[in-house]
Design a binder for this molecule. Structure first.
Ligand code: THU
Length: 132
């Protein structure tokens, strides 16, 4: 298992690839898989605005598309004095595909906080309600 520093470093590096021409707000994410791999993502914006995808979902969808199915931690990095937590849409996707993992929030210079997903999304809708 990578240390938080290694996971956050991967998220910081991924942030450099952000395609954020409209907001200028670059975000990086790094997802640790159960077998110790790290899969990264950055936000990708486009002219429709609404089709923008956040760094967290890019990392999760990349990981799923590469065959990973079990995840242990997620790091999110933005260049903000206070930590940038995942948006509501990302919380849903993180919960459904990663479960109750810790989410490490950091900026370019320090690690600010770690939150469990069950604290970030306390009353989730998920497949259990569909009987799955
Ligand atoms: N964004 C992320 O990638 N992750 C977050 O946790 C918050 C927001 C992106 C979406 C958009 O490209 C930009 O940041 C401004 O909202």
């Amino acid at each position: 298992m990578a240390g938080s520093d290694e996971l956050v470093a991967a998220a910081r590096a991924a942030r450099e690839h952000a395609v954020a021409d409209f907001s200028g707000f670059k975000v990086g994410a790094a997802l640790e898989t159960e077998d110790g791999a790290i899969v990264t993502g950055c936000n990708v914006e486009n002219a429709s605005y609404g089709l923008t995808i956040c760094a967290e979902r890019v990392a999760i969808f990349k990981a799923l598309s590469e065959g990973h199915r079990a995840f242990t931690r997620l790091a999110v990095v933005a260049d903000t004095p206070s930590p940038t937590p995942p948006c509501g849409a990302c919380r849903q996707i993180i919960w459904e595909f990663c479960g109750d993992i810790p989410v490490v929030l950091a900026n370019l210079s320090s690690i600010a906080a770690t939150h469990q997903m069950s604290d970030l999304l306390p009353l989730p809708f998920d497949k259990r309600l569909l009987g799955r």
